[in-house]
Design a protein around this ligand. Sequence first.
Ligand SMILES: Nc1ncnc2c1ncn2[C@@H]1O[C@H](COP(=O)(O)OP(=O)(O)OP(=O)(O)O)[C@@H](O)[C@H]1O
Ligand SMILES: [Mg+2]
Length: 230
Amino acid sequence: MIAINKINQLYGSSQILWDLDLQIEQGSCTCIMGRNGVGKTTLLKCLMGLLPISSGEILLEGVPMHNKLAEDRAPAGIGYVPQGRDIFPLLTVEENLRIALPVRRDKAKQVPDKIFELFPVLHDMLARRGGDLSGGQQQQLAIARALVIDPKVLILDEPNEGIQPNIVQQIGDVILKLNAEGLTVILVEQKLGFARRVGKEFRLMERGRIVASDKMENLSDELIRQYMSV
Ligand SMILES: Nc1ncnc2c1ncn2[C@@H]1O[C@H](COP(=O)(O)OP(=O)(O)OP(=O)(O)O)[C@@H](O)[C@H]1O
Ligand SMILES: [Mg+2]
């Protein structure tokens, strides 16, 4: 469904991604894992068009994305929840959600009920300002906003960073439910327990390359020792 072929990325003269290849199957839930600074967020930003690549290609269902502007990638069906969320703190919960509506292919005028079935707490807080929500609620809002566009693939960058355990559990439930319904999920995750719970596949990154790819049940202690900080 997503094919990333030999992408290279540089910040000025420092190269972060090196001939990186990544294949994501339709309907999979893939965890991208690796230590701090290996390039996980950079990879997602390249996928979203928020950073330019110097070479290589990115295809969504066979359609080139790497030559599209960032604002044309969400409408192609990619929902993105950035690291550190980044909701609009001064807008209400409802406004934060409605902002994504014009991106939908069906041009729906209302936020679908499905969103509030997944995140009932947001329905109770529609009139509240985003910035007044707890960290966990803001993360739920960021995920909900990404879902409002009705994406084909949902991409989350460390959704559980600094979030209380009961909300981590709820976010895990939502990811599992959406994936069971057929949504393709890509998740950058450093928490091993969470990755094992929701991920079906893993990809390990080290210094800007994918160094191991397999089914989650084959994530060995040896690989964890070698490529993760646990
Ligand atoms: N704007 C930038 N300019 C220059 N270098 C950057 C910039 N952003 C990130 N880097 C560098 O690129 C490398 C990869 O960073 P990136 O944020 O992609 O890592 P990460 O795997 O997401 O890390 P973390 O687990 O801490 O989120 C790091 O060495 C980082 O210092
Ligand atoms: Mg990161």
